[in-house]
Design a protein around this ligand. Structure first.
Ligand SMILES: C[S@@+](CC[C@H](N)C(=O)[O-])C[C@H]1O[C@@H](n2cnc3c(N)ncnc32)[C@H](O)[C@@H]1O
Length: 318
């Protein structure tokens, strides 16, 4: 039996982090950090963010994409992607434009977030036409949006039974190569709930890769300030105690059933990006204090955990 988890004001604060992420992404896109033709449908107006925030988001989006493409190179499009805590992420549409549409793309978030995302999709032809089935239709069932190869499903990731039910409704395959994305989401789950979810995913998908982006090194002074700021907004990080050094993140994945796991702080990821890429981004805005970016970069990490030989060589410099 699943635990019934009651809805709290804290959940509202967690849901609001999606608005933040979407606004920051739109701001960076408008400034030319990367191309995303779809983000502007999901958030209308944004104030300009500080240069270190824009660069931080660039590294986050670029790093996620880099590993998504490594995954796709290793299994072509006969695979599935599960986007945990998808928020208003536009990856599905960006992949469609690069012809890397995958067999099945399943997005999960709280029902209030998926309902809003579904509503925005239905209202905007440019979004809708990319997910329609052959008859030009999408199906809305029990608040979820379904199409051939795209499913947007409302559920609470803390309830494993609900996640399993929703994945089944989304036509998940236990045998297809599977990419699981968790961009700034697991940290909002209590460690036991996150562990149950990841253990289940690792046990179900024998050929899979998991990409996690979230805070790390929260034990120092800068980490304390980050936590205090989040707490002041009513948004505690339930998984805070797991946000230690990146190597601890990787070790945690191994204990949950993945064969291989690597993790890097975002400063390491940033330095591993091609030089011309960094030079282009650095020319977009003046950054007076590189120290600020360094602090941010050393408090976020990217973890890649895999099961199956085909993904074992996914790496920062692969
Ligand atoms: C910081 S946002 C990130 C959104 C998206 N992954 C991105 O990076 O743009 C965190 C997302 O996780 C979702 N989330 C957090 N806890 C959740 C839970 N227990 N169940 C479902 N979604 C959850 C929030 O609703 C929110 O959309």
């Amino acid at each position: 039996m699943d635990n019934i988890i009651s809805w709290t004001a804290e959940d509202e604060a967690i849901i609001a982090t999606n608005t933040d992420a979407t606004e920051c992404k739109r701001c960076a896109v408008e400034l030319g950090y990367w191309k995303d033709d779809y983000i502007s449908y999901f958030v209308k107006h944004v104030d300009r963010k500080a240069p270190e925030i824009n660069r931080g988001y660039y590294a986050r989006v670029r790093a996620m994409e880099m590993f998504i493409h490594q995954f796709l190179e290793r299994c072509d499009t006969k695979c599935q992607i599960i986007n945990l805590g998808c928020g208003f992420d536009t990856l599905y549409w960006r992949l469609r434009d690069t012809t890397q549409a995958v067999g099945n793309f399943i997005e999960l978030d709280f029902p209030s977030v998926t309902a809003k995302k579904g509503h925005i999709i239905k209202r905007n032809k440019q979004l809708l036409e990319k997910i329609c089935n052959e008859d030009g239709e999408v199906v809305i069932r029990e608040g979820d949006l379904h199409s051939d190869g795209y499913h947007l499903l409302g559920c609470d990731l803390r309830c494993l039974g609900e996640v399993r039910r929703k994945l089944a409704v989304g036509g998940v395959s236990d045998t297809a190569p599977t990419l699981v994305l968790a961009e700034c989401v697991l940290v909002y789950l209590r460690p036991d709930a996150a562990a149950a979810l990841l253990r289940h995913l690792a046990a179900t998908f024998q050929r899979c890769a998991l990409i996690v982006y979230e805070q790390c090194n929260l034990g120092d002074k800068f980490g304390e300030v980050m936590l205090r700021n989040l707490n002041a907004r009513g948004c505690a990080l339930a998984g805070e105690r797991l946000c230690r050094e990146p190597s601890a993140q990787a070790e945690r994945m191994l204990t949950l059933g993945f064969d291989k796991a690597r993790a890097w702080d975002m400063e390491t990821v940033w330095r591993a990006l091609p030089e011309d890429d960094r030079a282009r981004v650095e020319s977009l805005e003046m950054l007076d204090e590189r120290e600020l970016l360094l602090q941010l970069n050393t408090h976020y990490a990217l973890t890649v955990a895999t099961r199956g030989d085909v993904f074992a060589d996914m790496d920062l410099n692969a």
